[in-house]
Design a protein around this ligand. Structure first.
Ligand SMILES: C[S@@+](CC[C@H](N)C(=O)[O-])C[C@H]1O[C@@H](n2cnc3c(N)ncnc32)[C@H](O)[C@@H]1O
Length: 203
């Protein structure tokens, strides 16, 4: 018998942050509808959220083929019925391959992708979300140009050493783009380990 390869990837941070994020999502997301996840990565978050928010349907996505394989493998292992097959989606490439969603979540992408990905994320979200719907971001941010903790400053340096076009972004710069794209001012929740939950609503 041929042994099937298990494509599941493991991102240790997901186990640490997923329940804190879930608590915020319970308040932020609608009770029904389709939630698009940008930058699903391993897929561990989306299966956890789907299991705990069964009245929603989740649409995972990522530009990386290995990530899509991992998401599919986690879906199979978790046996969740309310997650759609993952799609290839590069946030910086317009138009996105999905016409509508009732909410969008994006965890830990903004600091570890080119600035174009953040701009594309916000503009792409504005193009498909109906009025009142949330765009939820999670991750570490600078505020007014400064890292909010020494650990974030070190992380920012580490990211830039790995790739000069990565790095913690200014919350104010993200908010300015969001507002110019038709979103509300952000609702901010401080999260463990100096991360932020940032919620914009489509106006
Ligand atoms: C640090 S991982 C985070 C993955 C997952 N959300 C998590 O929290 O474990 C960053 C993810 O961003 C994705 N990514 C990078 N550039 C992107 C882009 N332009 N559009 C969408 N996703 C992107 C990567 O493929 C990767 O899966």
């Amino acid at each position: 018998m041929r042994k099937m390869t298990d494509h599941r990837q493991y991102a240790p941070a997901t186990v640490r942050n997923r329940d804190f994020i879930l608590d915020v999502l319970r308040d932020v997301l609608p009770t029904t509808g389709v939630i698009l996840e940008i930058a699903s990565g391993s897929g561990e978050h989306v299966v956890h959220f789907a299991r705990n928010l069964p009245s929603l349907v989740f649409q995972p996505s990522d530009p990386e083929p290995d990530a899509l394989l991992s998401v599919a493998a986690w879906m199979k292992a978790a046996e969740v019925a309310n997650v759609r097959a993952p799609i290839v989606l590069d946030a910086s490439r317009s138009p996105w391959p999905i016409a509508s969603a009732d909410g969008i979540i994006c965890i830990n992408m903004v600091h570890i992708s080119p600035w174009d990905a953040s701009v594309g994320l916000i503009r792409g979200a504005a193009a498909i979300l109906p009025p009142g719907s949330p765009l939820y971001l999670y991750g570490p941010y600078k505020r007014k140009g400064f890292a909010t903790a020494p650990s974030n400053e070190a992380f920012d340096r580490n990211l830039r050493d790995r790739n000069p076009i990565w790095g913690l972004r200014d919350l104010e710069a993200i908010a300015a783009i969001a507002q110019s794209a038709g979103f509300s001012i952000p609702d901010i929740t401080e999260m463990p380990a100096n991360n932020l939950s940032i919620v914009f609503r489509r106006m």
